[in-house]
Design a protein around this ligand. Structure first.
Ligand code: NDP
Ligand code: 8X3
Length: 257
């Protein structure tokens, strides 16, 4: 297994959920971390918590992945400061709403497409050339069960995660001549702020998503990502679907209600 001590890990969307849990496990194992997100108060708090707890370096960068100029500047900052990530977790993303396509809120569509596809691409475009120069490391793209299956009302979110799946395949091909591994993890239901964001802060609606079964936790996913990225360098898990035991497809749940 690869030792991540003193290696540099970049996690986008580390202020909450899966990204936050990834920051914890890599810091716990002695890695230095770059954390990003839009909520600066959280970034500062997480930086302090992890640095105090694990005696590692945590570097926060506050920006919106939808802002192409800011993402390019972020890439330039990494380059100028010789901060090439060994592991890059392209995680920032969200769902908004669950309306039928014909009733969809177009602002929600724009936000999902701009974040999950365009923001994902801007970040990859800024970071991959640095990693390619070093010719080593792993990229983890946050896909979803929604990236291979569709569910009613999921339409545009599903399409964005189908795009992540396609881009993961494309990256694998385009980086063929490198030693960089490209993987997507495709979780089912993980209890994070995801549903709260999807339902615009409506806690009751968000809680209902996870009612009657045991969902995955953010640290379940972080543990698996850690495993994927610390396997010997010749092993590339290109794609990994992970669901709670009580979930067998995007729509099939064993709920005890
Ligand atoms: P959370 O809402 O808990 O975390 C999302 C993270 O993404 C936050 O840190 C948020 O930071 C960041 N983010 C969102 N939009 C932007 C933006 N425009 N610019 C920068 N950062 C942004 O959800 P999860 O941890 O669950 O989600 C993480 C990833 O996992 C997403 O890509 C999601 O699609 C995927 N996923 C989630 C599943 C689930 O059931 N929870 C299942 C399958 C996949 P901030 O708000 O500070 O900007
Ligand atoms: C998040 C999981 O099923 O809500 O990608 O789309 S789901």
């Amino acid at each position: 297994m690869i030792n991540v001590k003193e290696k540099l890990i970049l996690i986008t969307g580390a202020t909450s959920g899966i990204g936050r849990a990834c920051a914890e496990i890599y810091a716990q194992n002695g890695a230095n971390i770059i954390i990003t997100g839009r909520r600066n108060d959280r970034l500062e708090k997480i930086q302090k918590e992890l640095e105090d707890k694990y005696n590692v370096k945590v570097i926060p960068y506050c920006f919106d992945v939808r802002n192409r100029k800011l993402v390019a500047e972020f890439g330039q900052e990494l380059k100028n400061n010789n901060l090439t990530p060994y592991i890059f977790i392209n995680n920032a993303g969200l769902a908004k709403g669950i309306s039928a396509l014909q009733d969809g809120n177009i602002d929600d569509w724009e936000e999902m497409i701009d974040t999950n596809i365009k923001g994902f691409l801007y970040t990859a475009r800024a970071v991959l050339p640095l990693m390619i120069k070093k010719n080593t490391g792993t990229v983890i793209n946050l896909g979803s069960v929604a990236g291979s299956q569709v569910y009613p009302g999921g339409n545009v979110y599903n399409a964005t995660k189908h795009a992540v799946r396609a881009l993961n395949q494309a990256m694998n091909m385009d980086l063929l001549k490198t030693n960089i591994r490209i993987s997507t993890i495709e979780p089912g239901a993980v209890e994070t702020e995801f549903s709260l964001v999807r339902f615009n802060g409506d806690k009751e609606k968000a809680d209902n998503v996870y009612k009657g079964f045991l969902p995955l936790t953010a640290s379940d996913i972080a543990d698996i990502i850690y495993f994927m990225t610390t396997l010997p360098e010749h092993v590339n898990i290109q794609n990994l679907l992970v669901t709670p035991t009580a979930q067998r497809s995007a729509t099939l749940f064993n709920r005890n209600l």
